[in-house]
Design a protein around this ligand. Structure first.
Ligand SMILES: [Zn+2]
Length: 340
């Protein structure tokens, strides 16, 4: 089969080539891939991969949609079923799995990180990680949900759920997770404020009717207080990291919550402990979501609750170009990969 394989670190270590098709152990489904999408974590795997147990060569790619080719008779899956892949292989027996929180599974393996991934014509993964889609669902559009939208779902609806009456601040609104969080918070009826820069992005959010702060023109904390009459944001979604941390803390309402899922600009900002306890702020870490959250996300999407925003769609051979686009500051939303 054709696959995008990482042989060594760095952009030159990524090759599109023939790779052995995976075996299907009992309990697994074999899926012919239709589409996938690129994520920041792919760049992390390409350039470092530190802290993630894996061996090279590795088929890259974390999320995707395909069609079942083979599955056990009692799996609930039939050949031809269209499925979206839950990015985790989980044990189903540890206390976190039993509590329904698979991302905390002590032996979880993520596609394209700990094991072979989705930038391939064929993937084998546990049948329980395949979630059925409707026949008429567009595979390319759905393929961007797996990582970015699932991560955003838990950030928006997890520890401090957004809803009518709450103010949600989203830092760096053009990123895949941030854009998804903006859409999900709006779907929930929250008031959404986005920070971004550049005339195109500012105009894009303004046209959607989202309140937008140009972080190059105005200090974000002050702007949020100005917009909210000094109240601040109940929930701050921040995956930018060191660069936005201080302004995120300064934007929070008393008793507010900050959720982080990434540290693209650095991982060690000042903690501002005094502000944390005086204003009784909460900081939460978040990584993807549970299988149940994934089912809810897919149901909300198929019911028309939101439409994923796709920057561009490239072919499997063009994954290296998709990685370059991912790092382009002009990129907004998700980059999809059409496989078949
Ligand atoms: Zn487990």
């Amino acid at each position: 089969m054709k696959a995008i394989v990482l042989h060594e670190r760095g952009p030159d270590g990524v090759r599109c080539e023939k790779f052995a098709e995976p075996e299907r152990p009992a309990g697994f489904a074999k899926v012919r891939m239709l589409a996938a999408s690129v994520n920041r974590v792919d760049l992390y795997m390409r350039d470092s991969g530190a802290g993630i147990t894996h061996t090279l060569p590795l088929v890259m790619g974390v999320d995707g949609v395909g069609e079942v080719a083979e599955a056990d008779a009692d799996s609930g899956l039939q050949p031809g079923d269209r499925v979206i892949l839950y990015p985790y292989e989980f044990c189903g027996r540890c206390r976190h799995c039993l509590a329904g929180d698979q991302p905390l599974c002590t032996s979880a393996r993520i596609l394209g990180e700990h094991r072979h991934g989705t930038f391939a014509e064929c993937v084998a993964l546990p049948a329980r990680s395949c979630v059925k889609l409707k026949k008429e669902t567009d595979p390319v559009e759905a393929a961007v949900l797996g990582v970015a939208y699932l991560t955003a779902w838990r950030m928006v609806f997890g520890k401090a759920p957004a809803g009518p009456g709450s103010v949600v601040l989203i830092q760096g609104g053009g990123g895949g997770v941030a854009y998804a969080a903006m859409q999900l918070a709006r779907m929930a009826g929250a008031r959404v404020i986005v920070t971004t820069s550049g005339a195109d992005k500012l105009a894009h959010f303004a046209a959607l009717g989202v309140e937008v702060i140009d972080y190059r023109a105005e200090e974000v904390g002050k702007a949020v207080m100005r917009l909210t009459g000094g109240e601040g944001a109940d929930l701050v979604v921040d995956n930018v990291g060191e660069k936005t941390w201080a302004s995120s803390l300064k934007s929070m309402a008393r008793g507010g919550h900050l959720v982080t899922c990434g540290a693209t600009t650095g991982a060690h900002p000042s903690a501002d402990i005094q502000r944390l306890f005086v204003r009784q702020l909460s900081v939460h870490g978040s990584t993807m979501g549970s299988l149940e959250e994934f089912r809810k996300l897919v149901a909300a999407y198929e019911a028309g609750g939101f439409k994923p925003y796709i920057d561009s769609t490239l072919s499997l051979d063009e994954v290296p170009q998709a990685f370059a686009r991912l790092e382009d500051p002009a990129r907004m939303g998700k980059i999809a990969i059409r496989i078949a």
